[in-house]
Design a protein around this ligand. Structure first.
Ligand SMILES: NC(=O)c1ccc[n+]([C@@H]2O[C@H](COP(=O)([O-])OP(=O)(O)OC[C@H]3O[C@@H](n4cnc5c(N)ncnc54)[C@H](OP(=O)(O)O)[C@@H]3O)[C@@H](O)[C@H]2O)c1
Length: 255
C-alpha cells in the first residue's frame, strides 16, 4: 500500500479524520479536503507528515458546489503522481440542512436538495474525477460513506436517510460500469457514531442512550470503528468486492 494516494473529502474531523490517519499510518499519501477548518487541516498535515513520513495536502471544497472537485483534482495532479483511492465522506450540517433535517411535516425542498447535492452529486463528481486518474494506473477503490438511518427510523433524519439510500444505489451503478477498469466501488454504512454531526442533533443525549440500549455491544460507534473497514476495502484482500454496502452498526439495526 506504500506510496499510493488516498483522496478523501471532509477529513478535518470525525470519521474522515480517523480514516485519514488509518491510511497515513499505513504509508499512504493523503490528499484531503476541508471546508471551514483550514487551521485544523494544516495541523493534520504537519502531524501525519512528521509521524508517518508520508505526503499530505489539503484543499478547500464546498460539497454544495460539486463541480469544485474538477479544479481540486487538477491541483491534486500537480501535488501527487497518482490517485488510488477516493472516499466521499464530507457531509453538511447547520444552516444548510434547515428544512432537510426535520420531522416530515417540516421538510422543505431547499434543505432536502442541499443534502442530496452534498451526498449524491458530490459523490458522482468526485468519483468521476477520481476514476479518470485510476484508469491511468490500472485500477482503484472508491468508497462512499452511508448511514443505517436508511434502515432504522431516526427522528429528523429522513433527508439524510433518503440521500444515503440514493448514494448506495448510485454506488452500485458506478460499480457495475467501472469494474472493467479494475475500479471497485463500495459503501460503508455506519450506525450512530459519536462525532460533531451527531452532537448537532437537538436530542443528542436521548439518541446516545437509545443507541447504547439498542446496540448488542451496548455502546455508540467511534470514528475508528469505520476507518479499518474503509482501509480493508482498499486492500488486495477485498479485490473481488464491489457494489456492496458494508454495515458497521454495533448491532443496532437488528436489536
Ligand atoms: N456521525 C454519524 O453518526 C454517522 C453515521 C454513519 C455515517 N456517517 C457519515 O460519515 C460521514 C462523516 O460524518 P461525520 O459524523 O464524521 O461528520 P462531521 O464530524 O460533521 O465532519 C464533517 C466533515 O465534512 C466537512 N464539511 C462540512 N461542511 C462541508 C461543506 N459544505 N463542503 C465540504 N466539506 C464540508 C467538515 O469540514 P470542516 O471541519 O472544514 O468544516 C468535516 O471535515 C458523513 O458522510 C456521514 O453521513 C456519520
Amino acid at each position: 500500500m506504500k506510496n499510493k494516494t488516498l483522496v478523501i473529502s471532509g477529513a478535518t474531523r470525525g470519521i474522515g479524520k480517523a480514516i485519514l490517519y488509518k491510511f497515513a499510518e499505513n504509508g499512504i499519501n493523503v490528499a484531503f479536503t476541508y471546508n471551514s477548518n483550514e487551521d485544523i487541516a494544516n495541523e493534520i498535515i504537519k502531524d501525519v507528515e512528521s509521524k508517518f513520513n508520508i505526503k499530505a495536502k489539503a484543499y478547500k471544497l464546498n460539497i454544495l458546489e460539486p463541480n469544485e472537485y474538477k479544479d481540486i483534482f487538477k491541483e491534486i495532479d500537480k501535488d501527487f503522481d497518482r490517485v488510488d483511492f477516493f472516499i466521499s465522506n464530507a457531509i453538511i450540517s447547520g444552516r444548510s440542512v434547515v428544512g432537510g433535517f426535520a420531522p416530515f411535516m417540516r421538510l422543505k425542498p431547499k434543505g432536502l436538495n442541499n443534502i442530496y447535492t452534498a451526498t449524491v452529486l458530490a459523490f458522482v463528481v468526485g468519483a468521476q474525477e477520481a476514476t479518470k486518474r485510476m484508469q491511468k494506473i490500472g485500477g482503484g477503490s472508491i468508497i462512499t460513506l452511508s448511514s443505517t438511518g436508511n434502515l432504522v427510523y431516526t427522528p429528523n433524519y429522513s433527508g439524510h436517510a433518503n440521500s444515503k439510500a440514493s448514494v448506495e444505489t448510485m454506488m452500485k451503478y458506478a460499480a457495475a460500469e467501472l469494474g472493467e477498469f479494475n475500479i471497485r466501488v463500495n459503501a460503508v454504512s455506519g450506525g450512530p457514531i459519536d462525532t460533531d454531526a451527531l452532537k448537532a442533533f437537538p436530542n443528542y443525549e436521548e439518541v446516545k442512550s437509545e443507541v447504547e440500549k439498542r446496540s448488542a455491544l451496548n455502546r455508540m460507534g467511534e470514528p475508528n470503528d469505520l476507518s479499518g473497514i474503509c482501509y480493508f476495502l482498499c486492500t488486495e484482500e477485498a479485490s473481488w468486492m464491489t457494489g456492496q454496502t458494508i454495515i458497521v452498526d454495533g448491532g443496532t439495526s437488528f436489536k
